[in-house]
Design a protein around this ligand. Structure first.
Ligand code: UGY
Ligand code: MN
Length: 253
């Protein structure tokens, strides 16, 4: 779609308590003490109304975090959009390439560093964990989305979904990737109590937020608050796909 970067035009939208679209040209850099040789922006956060924080992170040569999350009630997740990292979940070490991801349960600190000279781009997430009374605790999960079978979404042949985390009551959230082939769309406008932070990995489309349609494309970030009306319609010749978080398995407080 080729939107210009400038003062006269922006696709950014912010409706407190409802939704936000944050396109890459509007991002500013945030500097956090736990990150070195890194350019990053905080996307979704509690200031936006989210119960989680999402970040887009570029690790330059030698870029790393000396420790992310790891508090007793905080879980974290990293996904490699492009590049390579050497990561660890507590004592466990994992090398991740494009499509690779690592989930650290509450109390387990995440570390990672760039494993190549070129930049590496990551989508990073953390959220407070809601325990299950008397239930089991979540565990370290790692994998690569290139190895996960895509399932048909809600009988729509041209919409495909992947679950990145186990579907197990120990987990109070999941990360998914949804892909809409050209002309694919949600079967209906969703209205649900869960919230999402979504990072667009490919393509372009129209996104319905609160019954208004917005143009969106690769590298945009979308926050959808609880009960925000939402649906995607793929346009163009490429699939539109996004990685997104969704809370699950807990009765609302
Ligand atoms: O899982 C979901 O709720 C998903 N279909 N929502 C979305 O893509 N906006
Ligand atoms: Mn949804």
């Amino acid at each position: 779609m080729g939107y210009p970067k400038g003062l006269l035009e922006s696709r950014a939208v912010f409706e407190q308590g409802k939704f936000a679209i944050i396109p890459p040209e509007g991002l500013v850099n945030n500097v956090l003490p736990e990150f070195e040789n890194t350019t990053m922006s905080i996307l979704g956060s509690p200031r936006l109304g989210a119960r989680f924080a999402d970040y887009i992170v570029t690790l330059h040569k030698g870029g790393k975090t000396t420790g992310f999350a790891g508090q007793e009630d905080v879980q974290s997740f990293v996904y490699v959009i492009d590049g390579k990292i050497s990561a660890s979940a507590g004592e466990e070490k994992h090398d991740l390439t494009q499509g690779g991801y690592l989930y650290c349960p509450p109390g387990v600190q995440m570390k990672f560093e760039n494993a190549q000279d070129e930049d590496t781009k990551l989508f990073l997430f953390k959220q407070k964990y809601t325990p299950l009374e008397g239930g089991k605790k979540p565990w370290v999960v790692t994998g690569n989305t290139n190895d996960i079978k895509q399932e048909i979404y809600d009988d729509m042949e041209n919409v495909l979904i992947q679950d990145l985390l186990p579907v197990d009551f120990a987990f109070d959230m999941n990360m998914h990737i949804l892909e809409f082939k050209p002309t694919g769309n949600h079967p209906f406008v969703e209205t649900h109590f869960q919230e999402h932070g979504a990072y667009l990995l490919s393509g372009e489309g129209l996104y319905n937020l609160d019954n208004k349609w917005f143009p969106v494309q690769k590298d945009d970030y979308i926050y959808m608050a609880p009960y925000c009306l939402q649906a995607c319609y793929a346009v163009g010749r490429e699939s539109i796909s996004y990685i997104y978080s969704k809370d699950c398995h807990r009765d609302p407080e």
